[in-house]
Design a binder for this molecule. Structure first.
Ligand SMILES: Nc1ncnc2c1ncn2[C@@H]1O[C@H](COP(=O)(O)OP(=O)(O)O)[C@@H](O)[C@H]1O
Ligand SMILES: [Mg+2]
Length: 366
């Protein structure tokens, strides 16, 4: 049975449609990441799951139970906010126990759960402190701990790592992954950070303008983006997207052409949609003497173990990423090769991924 299920959820604020027809289902134990740019409707969606905001249309089910009309406290979900929302005048210990004491949990039970959570999150030495005596990362752990003592059906988290520096973000991600493994509970996690999604999620819903662009595993979404939007959102740097023409070559093979590139594809047949966006990930462009992409190197950035180069191909700017040194010189001409299985095509109008049937008689379908 689906742990959290959204069925045709719509939320309007006056003329603004913040969430437009979102449907998805998670399994128990999923770590679902709602991923998208600022303003795409992530927080609105999470607040509706929590019961803090009513959907304009649609239903929300938790463990098969319709909770759409239930107030937050009857949903058995715990929310962790971006700004932690700790009680400033209470110690860490009382912050952790607060949710249980208002529910009249017995003293011993409360003690046990607070100790368990403090143990799990390394909060033991901090129990007597007030929130203002904690670092950002420690406060974040208290906020998480406070949600955990309730042993909820699911955790809802809205950008919980966004106030942490890069190093703390990385270590807190690792902690969340191991917590998720141990707790056997659904997580619904909102972020604009694709690295959060790649590292922690079992399922990702990529949102744009209140709609789901793609729902799948992080690997699906990275390796087979359903739309040009998803392709351009995932990866650092993201997938290169170049306008190109799809035509046929002399041997009736499909050929992609644009200024500075001519790529022969291992498929024959009717190109169907001639105006496409060619997608190639930066790590799939390899410097090669007889490569199909010809350009001029603009910038080379050293990342330590790797380099990222910006290359001008026709009018387009293309990123190339690979182990250091890439042997590319700013200002010099360079050519690159790409393997056929690393070529992604999207309709230039529709933005949707183009797929084709395997040989012998391939036909492109938009
Ligand atoms: N209470 C509100 N009143 C009016 N518009 C809102 C309200 N809450 C959110 N919105 C609008 O809904 C859209 C989605 O917002 P939000 O869910 O906060 O996005 P995200 O969390 O992805 O950045 C935005 O255009 C935002 O301005
Ligand atoms: Mg938000």
């Amino acid at each position: 049975m689906a742990a959290v299920e959204l069925d045709g959820i719509v939320r309007r604020f006056g003329d603004t449609t913040a969430v437009a027809e979102v449907s998805l289902a998670t399994e128990r134990n999923d770590f679902l990441v709602l991923l998208g740019p600022s303003g795409c409707g992530k927080t609105t969606l999470l607040r509706m799951i929590a019961g803090l905001l009513e959907p304009t249309e649609g239903r929300i089910l938790v463990d098969g139970r319709d909770v759409t009309a239930l107030p937050p406290r009857e949903r058995d979900l715990a929310m962790v906010f971006q700004n932690y929302a700790l009680y400033p005048h209470l110690s860490v210990e009382r912050n952790l126990g607060f949710g249980l004491s208002v529910r009249r949990t017995g003293k011993e039970e409360l003690r046990r759960r607070v100790d368990d959570v403090a143990d799990l999150l390394d909060l033991g030495p901090l129990l007597r402190r007030r929130p203002k005596e904690l670092s950002g990362g420690q406060r974040q752990r208290v906020a998480l701990g406070r949600a955990m003592v309730r042993e909820p059906e699911a955790f809802l988290m809205d950008e919980p790592l966004s106030n942490l520096d890069a190093k703390l973000r990385a270590s807190t991600r690792t902690r969340l992954i191991s917590l998720h493994r141990r707790l056997d509970t659904t997580f619904v996690y909102v972020t604009h950070d694709q690295i959060d999604a790649m590292t922690m999620a079992t399922k990702v819903a990529v949102l744009d303008q209140g709609r789901i662009e793609q729902f799948g595993t992080p690997v699906d979404i990275y390796d087979r983006p359903a739309t040009a939007f998803v392709a351009g959102f995932m990866g650092a740097p993201p997938m290169n997207l170049l306008p190109a023409e799809l035509g046929t070559g002399p041997d009736s093979r499909l050929v992609l052409r644009a200024a500075g590139l001519e790529l022969s594809l291992p498929h024959r047949g009717d190109p169907g949609v001639p105006d496409v966006l060619l997608g190639i990930r930066p790590e799939h462009l390899v410097p090669a003497a007889d490569g199909e992409l010809r350009g001029r190197v603009d910038i080379v950035e050293n990342l330590g173990s790797e380099e990222v180069a910006e290359v001008l191909v026709g009018d387009a700017r293309v990123s190339v990423r690979g182990p250091r040194p890439l042997e590319l010189t700013p200002g010099a001409a360079a050519t690159f090769t790409v393997r056929a299985e690393h070529i992604h095509l999207f309709g230039r109008q529709s933005g949707r991924r183009l797929t084709w049937e395997p040989a012998p008689a391939p036909a492109l379908v938009s």
